[in-house]
Design a protein around this ligand. Structure first.
Ligand SMILES: NC(=O)c1ccc[n+]([C@@H]2O[C@H](COP(=O)([O-])OP(=O)(O)OC[C@H]3O[C@@H](n4cnc5c(N)ncnc54)[C@H](OP(=O)(O)O)[C@@H]3O)[C@@H](O)[C@H]2O)c1
Length: 424
């Protein structure tokens, strides 16, 4: 008879939305291979009371040193942010412990050094939950599509933005009302800046692009534009063109050997019936475009404690099965990231009459940028003008629109969004 392997011992740092769900999943599934030993939280006594499902042997502490010196087999980092998460992960890896994290910021910024550390010690570092929650897109890229060369990535990967833009479309609410509703339902943080301003999605894109293109992509090199400033009129204008607005993170490698990539995160108009347009609620959709495999779609629950906990526990089980030594992060210099090329663009200008600004159609015509389709009439009384223009590059369009941006009042900016056709 094969001797029974002792259970893998686990310590969890962070008892918030995901930490609580991971602890509960481990305790309630009674997985014979995994045993929860310790939980780090700033409220240990209250947390213990809130977890009647946890067995009595679990240590609840607010002291990171206690957690890290317990020398459990796996440390699960779920506090978020860069520090102290990075220090704790590095210290656990140095001590020979395996680490599992859902922290996209720490992996996007420091994944390279942490993975090198894990590999040097023969240790494990799992971070599947850092991108797209329960959707196994990192494994899909590293294993399922390893035989192909990835040339493009595009995703709707931020549940808060999807909820906010969805509510604006369904209920005609303002962006601010939709954000308040997301916060009331626990779908958005008290400070939703990272979500709305694209920093969350660009960290995820940097991780996927580094893995997919085999070249380190720094999150800071990717331009991220906020969805703030959009209103229900923009959603309606997009609908009149058969499109919906989504926050889209995308990256393309122009040629197989290209050193630079084009990447960006912003709101974009995507076809209503496309993969990116169909996602609902917190659903994430990631499209991977391979040289030979064409488009592969990864979709599913991209946020929420329960769904994310599944990805975390799957990584823990991979450690238990000795399958979690991380693939090497791409070595060599970081990719040079540039702005995306020409595309059709949605342009909306408000308060034209009040600002006494120039006629947008004339400005565009004079610069050689074509007017593809008017989406609102040239209504100088209401002062709102919206159209699809181009194809043109973002920088060229910005130059042309500068006189309008100057004329418009600060709270009603000129909005310009790319039209994105994901299957191309
Ligand atoms: N929520 C999701 O849907 C989701 C999806 C995918 C990935 N993630 C990632 O998962 C991680 C956790 O997210 P979350 O949503 O669970 O966040 P959260 O609800 O804010 O939980 C984080 C927890 O960590 C605790 N914490 C922070 N710093 C600490 C410290 N120095 N010592 C002890 N405890 C500390 C916080 O304690 P206090 O309550 O005392 O502040 C909080 O309970 C993040 O990296 C996030 O990006 C989340």
């Amino acid at each position: 008879m094969t001797p029974r392997r002792p259970a893998l011992t686990v310590a969890i740092a962070g008892f918030g939305t995901v930490g609580r769900s991971v602890a509960r999943l481990i305790c309630e599934r009674h997985h014979s291979r995994v045993r929860l030993e310790a939980v780090l939280t700033r409220r240990p006594a209250a947390a213990r009371r809130e977890a009647p499902w946890a067995p009595p042997h679990v240590t609840w502490t607010d002291d990171a040193a206690i957690l890290l010196t317990r020398r459990t087999d796996v440390v699960v980092e779920l506090i978020g942010g860069i520090e102290p998460a990075r220090t704790w992960i590095a210290s656990a890896l140095r001590a020979g412990q395996a680490v599992v994290t859902a922290n996209k910021q720490v992996i996007a910024e420091h994944g390279r050094e942490l993975i090198a550390l894990a590999r040097a010690r023969g240790g494990a570092l799992g971070f599947e939950a850092a991108v797209a929650g329960a959707v196994p897109v990192i494994r899909g890229l590293q294993e399922g599509l390893a035989g192909d060369r990835v040339i493009g990535l595009a995703g709707v990967m931020n549940g808060t933005c999807s909820f906010v833009l969805g509510r604006m479309a369904e209920a005609g609410t303002s962006l601010e009302e939709a954000v308040a509703e997301a916060q009331a339902r626990g779908l958005a943080e008290a400070d939703p800046a990272d979500d709305l301003d694209g920093l969350d999605a660009r960290a995820k894109l940097a991780i996927l692009a580094s893995i997919g293109f085999g070249r380190h992509v720094s999150p800071r090199s990717i331009r991220a534009a906020s969805i703030r400033g959009l209103d229900a009129g923009d959603i309606a204008a997009a609908a009149s063109a058969g499109r919906v607005i989504r926050q889209v993170a995308r990256a393309r490698r122009p040629g197989p050997e290209a050193r630079s990539i084009a990447a960006g995160v912003s709101a974009a108009l995507v076809p209503r019936d496309s993969w990116l347009g169909r996602g609902r609620g917190a659903e994430n959709v990631v499209l991977v475009h391979g040289e030979r495999s064409g488009t592969t779609v990864f979709a599913g629950q991209g946020a929420g404690g329960e769904a994310t906990a599944v990805a975390v526990v799957s990584d823990v089980l991979a450690v238990a099965l000795r399958r979690a030594v991380p693939r090497a992060w791409p070595s060599g210099p970081a990719a040079c990231v540039r702005r995306e090329g020409a595309s059709l663009r949605y342009v909306r200008v408000s308060n034209l009459a009040a600002a006494g600004g120039p006629d947008p159609a004339r400005l565009l015509e004079a610069s050689g940028i074509g007017l593809e389709r008017m989406l609102t009439g040239p209504n100088r009384q209401g002062g709102r003008w919206a159209a699809i223009v181009g194809p043109c590059g973002e920088a060229a369009l910005d130059r042309v629109l500068r006189p309008l941006a100057r004329a418009g009042s600060a709270d009603r900016p000129v909005v310009r969004l790319p039209l994105f056709d994901p299957e191309i």
